[in-house]
Design a protein around this ligand. Structure first.
Ligand SMILES: Cc1cc2nc3c(=O)[nH]c(=O)nc-3n(C[C@H](O)[C@H](O)[C@H](O)COP(=O)(O)OP(=O)(O)OC[C@H]3O[C@@H](n4cnc5c(N)ncnc54)[C@H](O)[C@@H]3O)c2cc1C
Length: 356
């Protein structure tokens, strides 16, 4: 059996960032990814907010800048707001962080998954093309996304998620806004158009308790936008995936295992944005692993506290807003602009006191 100081499971932005920081702290790091290639297949609308700017400078990551958001209410009224950020090539974004982790000395392996875990002995059973292998670790970082296998192996509850579906289509005009449609046609979610040069990501999310069929509403929106001359008919790429919407896990640390990003429930439950939280929590987890190995007994408590300080209040508001909206979907109230204003971040009503 081999031994590593830090085992990172999942090499999305959270895991790659954790591997990078832990390797930069001088630790022996093994990062594993079940997919054949890091960053692929892309399951993302590819927007990051301005504070992520430094991460968009790597080669071939940046598509274009975004300046605003147009939020379209059920009545058709459109509300314009500032929404500065970047559209990124998400595969390259993840790969660039992973490359930095490798440059810092981390060993990264694709087509390798975690299959069994003994958290008391701190031994993981990994499966790859050549068979299985047991690896012992000092610190485990669970960065394995919304359906975290590590969480399952530790007996922790699954996270509540919404489903999404997205097409990449031709964009027929220059665009620097993200368009958001708030409507009972997308219950438990919303629809979006995110521009990237002469293409756009057109997608939607919905809670399967209210709507199971995402294909029909997405095709209908696509047809409307083709008729309006905004996008072309062709579909270059189809994707989708789950987004955690239930808020943070009760605890982010379990038996020397740190949860980061989507696996921790750090995704914003209203917008679905989670890249930035994955990077920030991943980096913090990598630093915490470094501090722990250097003898800081309180490193895990610091991780729990720091991540909660940074994200909990925002996520709790969003969870409360989801609960409010969940009582309105598929009722007359969900067709009113006033209801949607209370449930979307672009409106001041979203930030007023949350109703019971
Ligand atoms: C359609 C869609 C659009 C989105 N758009 C945006 C957006 O525009 N902006 C934004 O900020 N966020 C967006 N998000 C959310 C964002 O993609 C996630 O929050 C982000 O990817 C979280 O990063 P992560 O590293 O925590 O997890 P992930 O990116 O999910 O990475 C987890 C990795 O773990 C691997 N893995 C899973 N299980 C195992 C296992 N057993 N063994 C080994 N590896 C494993 C997976 O293959 C994956 O590569 C979107 C999500 C979806 C589904």
């Amino acid at each position: 059996m081999s031994h590593v100081q830090v085992l990172v499971v999942g090499l999305g932005p959270g895991g790659a960032s954790a591997a990078r920081k832990a390797a930069e702290a001088g630790l022996e790091v093994l990062g594993i990814e079940r997919n054949r290639s890091i960053g692929e297949p892309v399951q993302c609308a590819e927007f990051v907010p301005t504070p992520m700017g430094a991460y968009t400078r790597a080669d071939q990551v940046l598509y274009q800048r975004i300046s605003g958001m147009k939020s379209i209410l059920p009545s058709g009224e459109a509300h314009q707001s500032d929404f500065p950020g970047f559209m990124i090539n998400r595969a390259r974004f993840d790969q660039a962080i992973a490359e930095q982790a490798e440059q810092a000395g981390a060993r990264l392996r694709v087509q390798t998954r975690i299959e069994r875990l003994d958290p008391t002995a701190r031994v993981a059973l990994l499966r790859h093309a050549d068979g299985t292998e047991s690896v012992s670790y000092d610190v485990l970082i669970a960065a394995d996304g919304p359906h975290s296998t590590v969480a399952k192996l530790l007996g922790l509850p699954a996270l509540a998620t919404v489903n999404t579906r997205q097409y990449t289509v031709p964009l027929l005009t220059q665009y620097a806004d993200t368009d958001i449609w708030l409507s009972d046609e997308y219950p438990g979610g919303y629809a979006w158009l995110f521009p990237k040069g002469n293409r756009a990501n057109l997608g939607l999310g919905a809670d399967r308790r209210f709507e199971d069929d995402l294909k029909k509403p997405l095709e209908s929106l696509h047809r409307q936008l083709v008729a309006a001359g905004l996008v072309g008919e062709e579909i270059y790429y189809r994707t989708g995936g789950a987004i955690p919407v239930g808020g943070l896990r009760e605890r982010l640390v379990h038996q020397r295992c740190l949860f980061v990003g989507d696996a921790a429930g750090l995704t914003h439950p209203i917008t679905g944005g989670g890249i930035s939280a994955a990077v920030v929590s991943g980096e913090r987890a990598g630093e915490c692993a470094g501090a722990f190995v250097s003898g800081a007994d309180d490193a895990f408590d610091d991780y729990e506290e720091d991540v909660r300080d940074q994200f909990e209040a925002t996520i709790e508001r969003a969870v409360a807003r989801r609960a409010y909206l969940n009582r309105q979907w598929r009722t007359q109230a969900a067709q009113s602009d006033d209801t949607m204003r209370k449930g979307w971040i672009a409106f001041s009503e979203y930030f007023s006191s949350v109703e019971a």
